[in-house]
Design a binder for this molecule. Structure first.
Ligand code: BGC
Length: 882
């Protein structure tokens, strides 16, 4: 039976805040094999009953079940639309209509925004990071048909109607290039409003907008005053409309949040609470009129999804005393979010909690790696019974909490950790017979959870937490196996484009808060933009989204940004080799000189390798969207850079002139090696590995591709050996040391328990987790095909090794879930796999001697093993390997 499920609108389920003609996708399910969509019908209505249809595609003969546009349809402002789809397949089956999905539009027309930004702060509050309240009562006395709220803040906010929080958003409106783009949130509030008196309340904090940010410790980066914007569109049953908005009729005052900032935590005094402040009939006579702020409304952009939320709750695992006598709570997992606690104490008594990541070698709390970040919560009780508290405008990176003060008896039940990150659908799983690799997969996933908090951050704990482009570039592919990152990265890429320099340079961090501040810090005094591998996020991240989701829109949207970045490199290149101001090179590689962060591979080699790789990807993307002229130009540029690279970095004997692991890795992975020297280069890499006793000495640039460079060039055995090493330096070394996330440094905690330099020692840094894509692509063997991206066609090609007896990977593509599961008994492999409806796959049985059970697939023998192509369904194939 054919069925349609999982309708998505702009890659989101039931989004609120659509302001364009959206893309639709759906998943087909069938109990037959080799099923493809033959035709579809998509309908959009303003009613759930589909009485009035505003768009009907009729029966369209087309195979595409993702990236489908409703041609000519553009939603109207502040409206709700219902969507349903039916399909026909190549076996002449017709599905029923799908379950109805829906979306809410944002504010789209000129003049839609009539509300004003209001502030309960004054200019004198520029140095304050306090919380403020804003409120307004409204009387509604007609029957409401629908009501939608459009809200945002300069700072961070929580919005309440009649005492109830609107939506589950946290850290809203997130962090963007605020001068250019400020996201507003859309909520259906029909059920929150009632007949008669209603109270609207907003609680505002400093956040990224106004608080102290960056290692330069700069405050008020975007403005001196927090602000709030609210516009509510009500439609009554009688057909009339009403608009309620933030203006000078609201009232404001200080909240019990005395201080709150991203790095330092929050100070809250419950004695300042005003009961009922966000309920009707509260006496706000002593509150002040707000200040109206002049902000250009054209920066307002709808946020349709991927909001930051409290995603999981972890209980306190253990309470213990350290040798120094501190009382510590252990949550058992390094994480990002906050603590929620209960307390019942007298007025004036305090709870003080200091968050941190690891214990030092003596088992005491270790705070040094937080640098200046305080990560402290301080709560003053007001008496009269039990209170529950969690911070409003700050988040912490921690596994442990030092209880600096807590009145009453400590009990684990009074504390829990809320895990907070951007809300993305989990798309991938990996599991195998080696428990250490499973822990590595766990740590990689928690690195993602810990650092995808509206922007991709380097780390969540110290006074940094910035959108370092290199880290986001390196980890993008792995992240996109584990979770649906489409909305997350496409939002961040818009900020990258917005913050590019006029010349096309890409800032080191996005949102860019470093430009113009180079005098404040030694390292960035050399430059705040345009470093190889970092700025290449401008190309590699859109390419990855195209590859993983098959989405051409991302190419169209980022095209100008991408082209500007390639042209920037060309502008700064001399004879095809380029370098520019501050380069990070193979950042924190172990072949660095003592005490240096910069690895041994020369900057120029890394710059030119990325220049070649990025220009090649850009040429392919130009071709994809039909820009033939650019395709020809940039393909030629790519070829020219490749030959410059080859002439410069290969000797006449075919050796690399730079004898570092990373030089060999990028040359191999980016396809920069002359064909006749490939084997030699791969052997060269193996030799360099042997020299280190099988260990890597690579940093941010070499590490992500190390295993691929080996396994793609006939050295899968060595790739497994490298992955499975568990003495220093290796991925599994940290697991032996009890890591629950990925470390920034291979020797974050040394063999003797001492720490790497505290100035750069994060224990939740996803960059080295970029090895994760090797688990999915090579061990589980789920590999995309750039000729039919989005896994419309893909390869199932597990490479068996590392003494694993089984491995299982799943990945939910835009067409449905792909699964591979192999089990090994001696030399016999049983491979189970699932190919989603409307896709096909090539099955490559690497090193297969003989296919014992082909399950209907016609396999042919080649030099690498056996190969077959098949359509959707569940299969089991058995084969033997040499
Ligand atoms: C960050 C890194 C980042 C680097 C750039 C560090 O402070 O934590 O992850 O990419 O700076 O050099």
């Amino acid at each position: 039976m054919l069925q349609v499920s999982d309708i998505k609108i702009n890659y989101l389920k039931e989004p609120a805040g659509i302001t364009n003609s959206p893309q639709f996708s759906w998943i087909l399910e069938s109990n037959q094999r080799n099923v493809k969509q033959a035709a579809y019908r998509l309908q959009i209505s303003t009613e759930e009953t589909f009485h009035t249809i505003v768009y009907d595609s009729q029966k369209v003969t087309h195979e595409e079940s993702a990236h489908v546009f409703a041609k000519g349809f553009l939603p109207k402002s502040a409206s709700k639309y219902f969507v349903r789809v039916k399909t026909w397949d190549n076996h002449e089956e017709e599905s029923p209509y799908s379950k109805t999905s829906f979306f809410l539009s944002g504010l789209m027309e000129d003049g839609d925004w009539q509300a004003s930004f209001i502030s309960a702060e004054s200019k004198e509050d520029a140095d304050s990071s306090k919380g403020t309240y804003l409120r307004k009562e409204v009387i509604l006395n007609k029957k409401i048909k629908s009501a939608y709220a459009y809200t945002t803040a300069l700072g961070l906010y929580h919005f309440y109607i009649n005492g109830q929080k609107v939506g589950t958003d946290q850290m809203a409106p997130g962090w963007t290039s605020y001068h250019n783009r400020l996201l507003y949130q859309t909520h259906d509030i029909t059920s929150l409003l009632k007949d008669g008196d209603n109270a609207l309340g907003a609680h505002i904090g400093a956040g990224w907008y106004k608080g102290k940010m960056g290692f330069t410790h700069t405050r008020n980066i975007y403005g001196n005053q927090t602000g709030f914007l609210c516009q509510i569109h009500i439609q009554y049953e009688d057909g009339s409309n009403e608009l309620i908005m933030s203006d000078d009729s609201w009232k404001g005052c200080d909240s019990p949040v005395l201080f709150s900032e991203i790095y330092d935590g929050e100070i809250y005094d419950a004695n300042w609470e005003q009961e009922g402040w966000n309920l009707p009939r509260f006496n706000d006579g002593h509150w002040q009129s707000p200040e109206i702020l002049t902000i250009d409304n054209s920066i307002l952009t709808a946020q349709a999804g991927c909001k930051v939320r409290e995603i999981e709750t972890l209980p306190a695992k253990e309470i213990f005393k350290t040798p120094k006598g501190d009382t510590i709570i252990d949550f058992g997992q390094n994480l990002t979010g906050w603590i929620r606690f209960k307390v019942n104490a007298k007025a004036g008594e305090k709870v003080i909690l200091n968050c941190f990541e690891v214990l030092d070698k003596d088992g005491n709390a270790y705070f040094e790696n937080l640098r200046s970040a305080k990560e402290t919560l301080e709560y003053t009780c007001k008496g009269n019974g039990e209170a529950t508290y969690q911070p409003y405008f700050s988040f912490q990176g921690f596994r442990y909490v030092k209880i600096a003060a807590y009145p009453g008896t400590l009990s684990r039940d009074n504390f829990s950790a809320l895990v907070v990150h951007s809300d993305m659908e989990e798309t991938g799983t990996f599991h195998c017979s080696n428990p250490d690799l499973n822990q590595l997969q766990h740590n990689i996933t928690w690195g993602l959870k810990g650092n995808f908090l509206d922007i991709p951050t380097d780390c969540p704990q110290r006074d940094e937490r910035l959108g370092w482009t290199g880290d986001a570039q390196i980890f993008c592919r792995t992240a996109s196996y584990i979770m649906d990152t489409y909305t997350f990265f496409s939002k961040w890429l818009e900020d990258l484009a917005a913050d590019q320099t006029p010349e096309g340079g890409v800032p080191h961090v996005i949102p860019d808060i470093l430009s113009g501040r180079s005098q404040d810090d030694g390292l960035i005094s050399q430059g705040t933009d345009s470093a190889a591998a970092w700025s290449d996020a401008a190309i590699i991240n859109p390419w990855t989204l195209y590859l993983v989701y098959g989405d051409k829109e991302i190419i169209r949207r980022q095209y100008g940004s991408m082209k500007a970045w390639i042209d920037f490199m060309t502008h700064h290149a001399t004879d095809g080799i380029w370098s520019y101001r501050l380069q990070f090179g193979d950042w924190v590689a172990l072949d660095a000189e003592e005490g240096s962060y910069f690895g041994a591979t020369p900057n120029e080699l890394i710059c030119t390798a990325y220049y070649a790789y990025s220009s090649g990807l850009f040429a392919k993307m130009a071709q994809t969207i039909g820009n033939d002229e650019d395709f020809q130009t940039y393909r030629q540029l790519h070829e020219d850079i490749v030959s410059v690279f080859q002439n410069r970095y290969f000797t006449e004997e075919g050796d690399m002139s730079i004898q570092t692991q990373t030089a060999h890795i990028v040359a191999l992975y980016f396809n920069l090696v002359p064909e006749q020297y490939k084997e030699k280069t791969a052997l060269g890499l193996v030799k360099l590995l042997d020299k280190e006793n099988g260990h890597l000495v690579t940093g941010f640039v070499g590490t992500p591709y190390f295993c691929h460079a080996l396994s793609r060039n006939g050295h899968t055995k060595e790739a497994y050996e490298l992955l499975l090493k568990d003495d220093f330096p290796s991925w599994l070394y940290q697991i032996r040391k009890g890591a629950t996330t990925i470390w920034e440094h291979w020797d974050g905690i040394k063999e003797d328990g001492s720490m790497w330099s505290a100035d750069m020692n994060s224990f939740n840094h996803y960059a080295y987790g970029a090895v994760g894509d090797w688990l999915y692509r090579v061990i589980a063997g789920i590999e995309a095909d750039e000729n039919e991206p989005g896994y419309k066609h893909f390869t199932i090609s597990p490479q068996i090794g590392g003494n694993l007896t089984y491995a299982k990977g799943t990945f939910k593509s835009v067409y449905g879930e792909i699964m591979t599961y192999w089990q090994r008994i001696e030399n016999t492999i049983q491979l189970d796999f699932t190919i989603p409806v409307n896709t096909t796959a090539t099955i490559l049985l690497s090193d297969a001697d003989d296919v014992i059970l082909n399950d209907g697939i016609a396999f042919t023998k080649g030099s690498f093993g056996y190969e077959g192509v098949t359509g959707s369904g569940n299969y089991t194939v058995t084969y033997t390997i040499a």
